[in-house]
Write a protein of this length. Structure first.
Length: 262
């Protein structure tokens, strides 16, 4: 089915998997092939214990991802457009709910679905050259990969409405100012910054990271009382782990802990 088997590159650096959207001549726009390749990766990553953190970035200097492939879109029937939106929405939910952190390293243009990939990630590091926005209304459609829901949750309702209604873009520094990204850096530093962040996370206990992510994400969608109960249950899961004992032993022995995810 694939017209290009390399639409998505995967490289492992230690415990970090770097996924590179690889259609640079198309600004890494998302077509069905790219969605299927991402889906296969994220299904596999859930049970790949050796990988602790995932980084998503874009090939080339210019783009992270320019959103849906508008050339492909022009050839699709209405039902196929629905299939595309259904597929991307479920894919981004799978990314968001992966049992390990996902970092978007936004190296350039990230429009529509590009910004939605970043929103579905846990953390976002942007290059100063990044240009982010949910520009769909300018095409007389709306964000369909969760953007209308995740953007206001991240930057607030007012700012999200401003960005979505005007379809305007923000650069890396502006994205940092409104809380759309966690960090901004010079373009040459971007991957080092993202990998360093990932490696710092890899020093922590894998089960702790998984449970912390779950507690934050599930708890934020409910009232405080329920959220605290979710946190309590998530904490309880860490108590009988070998890693918790290892953390205490390593502290006593003044050495770095060696966590095994057990
Ligand atoms: N789908 C398909 N092709 C795309 C694309 C997209 N979303 N975005 C860019 N491209 C293609 C261009 O058509 C062009 O291909 P061509 O040389 O065959 O014409 C190539 O990528 C380079 O883009 P270009 O527009 O020449 O570069 P630019 O630097 O002037 O502008 C963008 C870059 C991303 C700002 C501009 O292409 C754009 O606005 N794209 C649409 C983004 C969008 O609306 N996304 C939301 C989709 S819901």
């Amino acid at each position: 089915m694939s017209d290009n088997e390399n639409v998505l590159l995967a490289e492992d650096r230690g415990q970090v998997r770097i996924l590179t959207l690889n259609r640079p001549e198309m600004m890494n726009a998302l077509n069905f092939d790219m969605l299927q390749a991402l889906k296969a990766q994220f299904e596999n990553l859930r049970f790949t214990r050796e990988i602790r953190v995932v980084i998503i970035t874009g090939a080339g200097e210019k783009a992270f991802c320019a959103g849906a492939d508008l050339k492909e879109r022009a050839t699709l029937s209405e039902i196929q457009v629905k299939e595309f939106i259904y597929t991307i929405r479920n894919l981004l939910t799978d990314i968001e709910s992966l049992n390990k952190p996902v970092i978007s390293a936004v190296n350039g243009v990230a429009l529509g679905g590009g910004t939605e990939i970043a929103l579905a990630s846990d953390l976002r590091v942007a290059s100063e050259r990044a240009s982010m926005g949910l520009t769909e209304t300018r095409l007389a459609i709306i964000p369909g990969g969760g953007g209308t829901q995740r953007l206001p949750r991240l930057v607030g309702r007012g700012k999200a409405k401003e960005l979505i209604f005007t379809g305007s873009r923000v650069n890396g520094k502006q994205a940092l100012e409104i809380g759309l990204v966690n960090r901004v850096c010079e373009p040459e530093r971007l991957m080092d910054e993202a990998v360093e962040l990932a490696e710092t996370i890899c020093e922590a206990g894998p089960i702790a990271i998984e449970q912390a992510k779950y507690a934050i994400d599930a708890g934020m969608e409910t009232d405080l009382h329920t959220g605290l109960a979710i946190e309590s249950n998530a904490y309880w899961i860490t108590i009988p782990t070998e890693d918790r004992t290892e953390g205490l032993t390593a502290f006593r022995e003044k050495r770095k802990p060696v966590y095994k995810g057990k």
